[in-house]
Design a protein around this ligand. Structure first.
Ligand SMILES: Nc1ncnc2c1ncn2[C@@H]1O[C@H](COP(=O)(O)OP(=O)(O)OP(=O)(O)O)[C@@H](O)[C@H]1O
Length: 705
């Protein structure tokens, strides 16, 4: 029986085939897998650069391309005959000698550019890698057949031009050296391309149905001729399928369910982590996909219930549907509850009190703060309550008098603090009389109900009434300290208790908190490559986000340095209009052009604006179009092919009434500005393909020039 591994391109090419070729090809692949009558035979390709390459006749005038070694067949693609033969001749395949993953070389194109590189080397004496000896290059895994060409490269631009022709594991260390980094730093970049840890360790099951395990693969010495072992170490390039059911899953499920990028795989399928894990990464670096896989892995292990939490009810609905796609086994799926923290708090309090708690509305709460303000700003009092008093769980005036007030710019002397405390007591007292609570109060009560107050956080608590064995958190940057306390209380201190993903640069709420300060001593990891954004949107977005690094989640600040894309696309379009009417007309004509002329499905288009008024107008103007029109907040965690962000004008973004007046608290105002900038950045980084930004009048000060 052949062992069949499928490359990520194969399902995509198969689904693009016209019928009946698609159906026939599927039947042929099944027959091949099961070695039954009528199964296609591998046919050698004359002129192939790699003699392990063959084609399989899968349908009338269509062939699959495979790389064979003994019983292993790696099915790369399916194409019309002539294209399949051309493909088979074009590439050669290898194994990285240092980290043991498969490498695909565009050998034909490399042969073609070699002449140009030689010619340029003859006229320019400089050599990009003159300072690096052969031994170092070989230790960085540079292929010995490629080495002579590397020696001829004169500058960074030539290396960049070679990137699409090289396996990433060859390009990445060379690019690091070219940037002036040390050999050790270049080696670390190569090491980051491993899908499993280098240290010998327990078996790490692979995602997808086959569960082909790279157990010990990383620890074993690398055999550069062992293609099968290399495929097992390359979960982004190949997934083994053992039977037709598994084959169907690989062919039908979306790519992210089956093929994980090395960094995602390493983190999602690590057997066990003694400490909580925090993974940060820029927009589109695959954090949500990672969170889904980790939740699925923990559920499959079956040590106890898993909670997968995210920011909002809407996002948790989407996560739940994606988890349904990822976990096929209904019993395993049932072990994961998907929700948000507010719902968890609501349920815990509801269960304890025997009836659902009553929440206070924002208008009623606003009126209470105005009543209590006594000449102070109600917004200031609310922020002091949420960001200082509730955040630190201060329960008495004495505790408040001696508490630090991080992030608050105005010094409050003792008599002022006493006055603030009196106002807080007034509001909380009135709420208690009316039997009403805010969501944060609910979360605070739920964590107390779970039997753990904040003071215990650093202590090793015996498992008691905590409802979950594992908690996986997505969009972690916007959780409030009170919500973190609830999550901490909902899972016992044990290996694999908390797995957290987030991006401090995408924070849209005022919840600047480091996990360490909450007693969550997390191991930090980073994802660097955006799988959503083309380079043009990414670099524009990074300039927009600008304004310095972001703090929160991790102690200190996080830079966007190292955040990169793997593909190119059009530059973001920024349009200035003379009037709001013109701007709306411009939006309407763009969106209809995308739908009618470019054939983009409306559900793959989103329009976003800062104010509810603008959203309403855009919705009316685009009614019957089927595109999503929402606020900047509503874009969080989502993704579309094309995104239009409108009303990005001075006086609208940042929204003036969401900024603390400078005379009230300068530091709070600076944070408000960063939050508003983050909000625009989030909306602009939802576009996979094209970003359109417009304004009428003067542009928002956040827009890069
Ligand atoms: N292993 C994978 N295979 C295929 N596609 C992937 C993979 N990982 C991520 N993607 C795709 O990349 C895009 C971004 O992934 P994801 O939404 O997980 O990123 P994110 O870091 O959570 O983004 P953000 O923080 O901006 O919300 C999505 O289209 C996702 O399907």
């Amino acid at each position: 029986m052949p062992r069949l591994a499928i490359a990520p391109e194969f399902p995509v090419e198969l689904s693009a085939l016209p019928q009946p070729a698609r159906r026939d090809a599927l039947v042929s692949v099944r027959r091949f897998l099961q070695n039954t009558a009528g199964a296609p035979h591998p046919e050698r390709v004359r002129g192939a650069r790699d003699d392990r390459v063959a084609t399989l006749r899968l349908a009338e005038r269509h062939r699959g391309v495979v790389v064979r070694q003994r019983d292993v067949h790696w099915l790369l693609t399916v194409l019309p005959d002539a294209e399949a033969w051309a493909y088979a001749r074009r590439y050669r395949f290898g194994v990285n000698p240092v980290i043991g993953v498969v490498e695909v070389w565009d050998a034909e194109a490399l042969e073609r550019v070699e002449t140009a590189i030689r010619r340029s080397a003859a006229s320019f004496p400089a050599r990009l890698f003159a300072d690096t000896c052969d031994t170092d290059l070989i230790e960085l895994g540079v292929d010995h057949r490629f080495l002579p060409l590397v020696r001829l490269i004169t500058d960074e631009l030539t290396l960049e031009a070679l990137e699409p022709l090289l396996p990433p594991t060859q390009y990445v260390p060379l690019a690091a050296l070219a940037r002036g980094e040390s050999v050790a730093a270049a080696w670390r970049e190569l090491d980051a391309c491993r899908a499993v840890d280098a240290a010998p360790g327990p078996a790490v099951p692979a995602p997808g149905p086959a569960g082909a395990s790279p157990a010990g693969a990383a620890a074993a010495p690398i055999d550069p001729d062992d293609l099968a072992a290399a495929l097992v170490r390359s979960p982004d390039r190949a997934v083994f399928t053992a039977d037709p059911r598994e084959l169907n899953h690989v062919l039908d499920a979306p790519g992210w369910c089956v093929f994980l990028h090395p960094a995602q795989h390493r983190l999602a399928y690590r057997e066990s982590c003694d400490r909580p894990v925090l993974v940060t990464g820029g927009a589109g670096t695959g954090k949500t996909v990672l969170a889904l896989h980790r939740a699925a892995f923990l559920a499959a292990r079956g040590a106890g219930p898993v909670l997968l939490v995210t920011f909002s009810q809407g996002l948790s609905g989407e996560l739940a549907s994606r988890l349904d796609l990822l976990i096929e086994d209904a019993v395993v799926r049932k072990r994961v509850e998907v929700g948000n923290v507010d719902r968890l708090a609501h349920r815990i309090v509801s269960d304890a009190e025997g009836h659902p708690p009553v929440l206070v509305g924002s208008e009623e709460l606003g009126a209470l703060w105005r009543e209590a303000a006594g000449g102070r700003s109600p917004a200031f009092l609310l922020r002091e309550w949420e960001q200082v008093i509730l955040a630190q769980n201060l329960r008495t005036l004495d505790e408040y008098l001696s508490a630090p007030r991080p992030g608050r710019g105005v010094v409050l002397p003792a008599d002022e603090r006493a006055a603030v405390w009196a106002a807080v007591e007034h509001v909380t007292g009135r709420l208690a009389e009316r039997g009403k609570r805010t969501l944060l109060q609910l979360a605070a009560e739920a964590s107390i109900l779970l039997g753990q107050s904040t003071g215990d956080l650093l202590e090793e608590a015996a498992p008691r009434r905590e409802p979950y064995r594992h908690i996986v958190v997505d969009e972690a940057q916007d959780l409030h300290p009170v919500q973190w306390r609830l999550l901490r209380a909902a899972v016992p201190h044990a290996p694999d208790d908390l797995f957290i993903v987030g991006d401090p640069h995408q924070r849209v709420l005022d919840t600047r908190v480091s996990l360490a300060s909450l007693g969550i001593d997390a191991v930090q990891q980073r994802l660097q490559v955006s799988h959503r954004l083309p380079g043009e949107i990414l670099s524009w977005g990074v300039r927009l986000r600008g304004g310095g690094p972001a703090d929160g989640l991790v102690a200190g600040v996080q830079e966007l340095y190292g955040f990169r894309a793997t593909r190119h696309g059009p530059h973001p379009v920024v349009r200035a209009y003379d009037s709001p009417e013109d701007e709306l007309n411009g939006l309407v004509s763009h969106v209809w052009r995308w739908i009618r002329e470019d054939g983009v499905p409306p559900e793959e288009i989103a329009v976003a604006a800062r104010t509810v008024g603008l959203v309403r107008e855009a919705r009316a103007a685009l009614r019957d179009s089927g595109v999503r029109v929402t606020t900047l907040h509503g874009m969080k965690g989502r993704e579309f092919r094309r995104v239009a962000v409108i009303g990005v004008a001075d006086g609208v973004v940042p929204a003036p009434d969401s900024l603390t007046p400078a005379e009230e608290d300068l530091s709070a105002r600076a944070h408000d500005l960063q939050r508003e900038r983050g909000l625009l950045y989030v909306a602009c980084t939802r576009a996979r393909e094209l970003l359109y930004v417009s304004h009428s009048g003067r542009a928002s000060p956040f827009l890069p020039i």
